[in-house]
Design a protein around this ligand. Structure first.
Ligand code: TRP
Ligand code: SF4
Length: 328
């Protein structure tokens, strides 16, 4: 039997997960946990690289993220879930890698340059933020990950990881395989204001929103901007609510509404209510599981502890090889 490929990926615990995260990274993880040897972790140290002034909510965010993962369908029987800061080997490897990583490799990282501009309100001129990809490299190669499913913004980081691996293997010993980035395809989910769904735009529908919150957000969604009143025909092709129908309503319902919208046979208020029902129907099992997990914090803690200890075992073994290679 050939060994299953090892997959490794992480998320920063910066807040609750929304529908965009679900249909992007998380849905992909849930699918591949059946096929590969998957390690998924919460990158809490990475959250500090930009949120170092606000560490108070990280603990709560970690617990919530674990519940989001489990209620969406990640299973501890199929994959290993852990928390980065609970496996201290990440920091030792990060330190060693930082010794061999040329600063210009980090300075020319396009994601780094973008973020400095985008998050202009934060002081990101720190050593830790510049070294973000070095820590990410440690995360991946500590487990000798073969593939790393990521969004397109993370590809430069995996490229840096490959360069660091080549340099390490050249300077010391052939300890690490070069990880490969696998692009996660994600349907573009727009927020209620038609911009990309994002926590920072305040336009997201979260997995942990109550049904009332979901319906209230849907009632505020921007529809076909050219449709002034109910008696005007609308155009579903440019309506975000209709995109949601395509995802969450039956194809018969979507087909029917498509026609009724174009002939002004239905108003947006009604159309949104139908979509809301479909979305809540889709979210119901996730909400039910969340409720169950929230009532059993010990159960969650056990899953995390088991995941961390499995991860730690592998990480310790790798670090023995690393120390031997570096001779320290
Ligand atoms: N940088 C990733 C992100 O923001 C999170 C992350 C940290 C990660 N370490 C990783 C992803 C290792 C993949 C592999 O999305
Ligand atoms: Fe969009 Fe529905 Fe309104 Fe048509 S009726 S514009 S599909 S919300």
């Amino acid at each position: 039997m050939t060994k299953k490929k090892r997959i490794l990926s992480g998320m920063r615990p910066t807040g609750p997960l929304h529908l965009g995260n679900l249909h992007g990274a998380l849905a992909n993880w849930i699918k591949i946990q059946n096929e590969y040897d998957c390690f998924f972790f919460i990158a809490d140290w990475h959250a500090l690289t930009s949120d170092y002034e606000n560490t108070g909510s990280i603990g709560k965010n970690i617990d919530n993220m674990m519940i989001d993962w489990l209620s969406a369908g990640l299973s501890p029987d199929l994959c290993t879930m852990f928390v980065q800061s609970q496996v201290k080997e990440h920091s030792e490897l990060f330190l060693l890698l930082s010794m061999i990583t040329p600063v210009p490799w980090l300075e020319r990282n396009p994601t780094y340059k973008d973020q400095i501009v985008q998050m202009g309100n934060k002081d990101l001129s720190t050593f830790g933020f510049l070294g973000y990809p070095v820590l990410q490299t440690a995360d991946i190669i500590l487990y000798k990950g073969d593939s790393v499913p990521v969004g397109v913004d993370q590809v430069p980081h995996i490229e840096i990881a490959r360069e660091i691996v080549r340099r390490f293997n050249y300077l010391f010993d052939d300890v690490f395989p070069e990880p490969e980035a696998v692009l996660t395809e994600s349907p573009k989910i727009l927020g209620i204001d038609r911009r990309k769904m994002s926590k920072s735009y305040n336009n997201a529908i979260y997995l942990s929103d109550t049904p009332d919150e979901v319906m209230s957000k849907i009632s505020k969604m921007i529809t076909d901007p050219q449709r002034g009143r109910k008696s005007d025909p609308g155009n579903p092709d440019i309506c975000n609510v209709f995109e949601f129908h395509k995802l969450y309503s039956s194809s018969d319902t979507a087909e029917q509404l498509n026609k009724e919208c174009r002939t002004a046979g239905i108003g947006c208020v009604e159309c949104k209510k139908i979509m809301g029902k479909s979305l809540l129907n889709f979210l119901e099992p996730i909400h039910d599981k969340r409720k169950d997990y929230e009532s059993r914090p010990d159960f969650i803690a056990d899953i995390v502890a088991a995941g961390c200890s499995k991860a730690r075992e592998i990480a310790q073994k790798t670090m023995e090889e690393v120390r031997a290679a570096v001779k320290i």
